[in-house]
Design a binder for this molecule. Sequence first.
Ligand code: GLN
Length: 310
Amino acid sequence: MDIEQANEQLERLRLEASGEAGKGKVASYIPELAKEDPHQLGISVCLSDGTILSAGEAQKPFTLQSISKIFSLIVALCQNGQQHVFERVGKEPTGDPFNSIIKLETIKPHKPLNPMINAGAIAVAGMIQGKSVQERLDCILDLLRRITGNPHIGVNEAVYCSEKKTAARNRALAWFLKDSGVLAGDVEETLDLYFRHCAIEVTAEEVARLGMALAADGVDVRTGDRVFPAEVARICKTFMVTCGMYNASGEFAIDVGIPAKSGVAGGIMATVPQRMGIGVFGPALDEKGNSVAGVKLLALLAKDWELGIF
Ligand code: GLN
């Protein structure tokens, strides 16, 4: 692939998709996120030899939000094994919004349907082991720092505090999980870990590297080191297809056809098995919480570069 030509193609597609941003709105239920300029759009692609291609705001830091749910799941699976994890959280997609509480009560047993919705990710946070919240967070940070090669990856304190102060819904989910026996241990500590890992700050370029590690079945292509087992990568990529774009996952699978996980700060991590990781940042969201311009850009790129896996 000619790098210069590929960068030009990315920029052309980025410009075409950026018009969509006007159709969306930045998340405001976490007040700190509402400060973002909705018209930003950046993309980075990490190829299987570690080469990075980029266009637009690829170096602009943003918080992972729900993209972090993939990495907390990786840590929980590595520490506890599949049986322990899936006794407490399911493997089924939900047609409900990511923060919905309804099925927690109506479905029995009362375990969250999957680890990509908030209830499921809070249950997963509860399984991460360590003597303190900081130690548990460090397990996730270490993994991200190792794959990206950036030892400074950390939590955006303003976004973390902003969510912590306003997270009535997530608190309700967590306490319901406690009541149902899904969450063991201290609920406020687990919520604190969840808010912190959601507020981990990255760039689109770093997200592309993270996506590439999943594409390479758990191998960091920069160093050739295995960072998590292939079986864990397989589980994560499957969740990305079935639940990664919340209740728009089916539509995304048909229109784009790449395993992907989005977050309400406007990020999307996509992973094309064996070939590439893609990081997108576009903070204006559709009503389901996915970046409008980001989804459009991935659809254009998937078509142009024939990236769909189906
Ligand atoms: N921290 C966010 C929340 O719990 C993450 C949600 C998301 O990105 N969809 O609401």
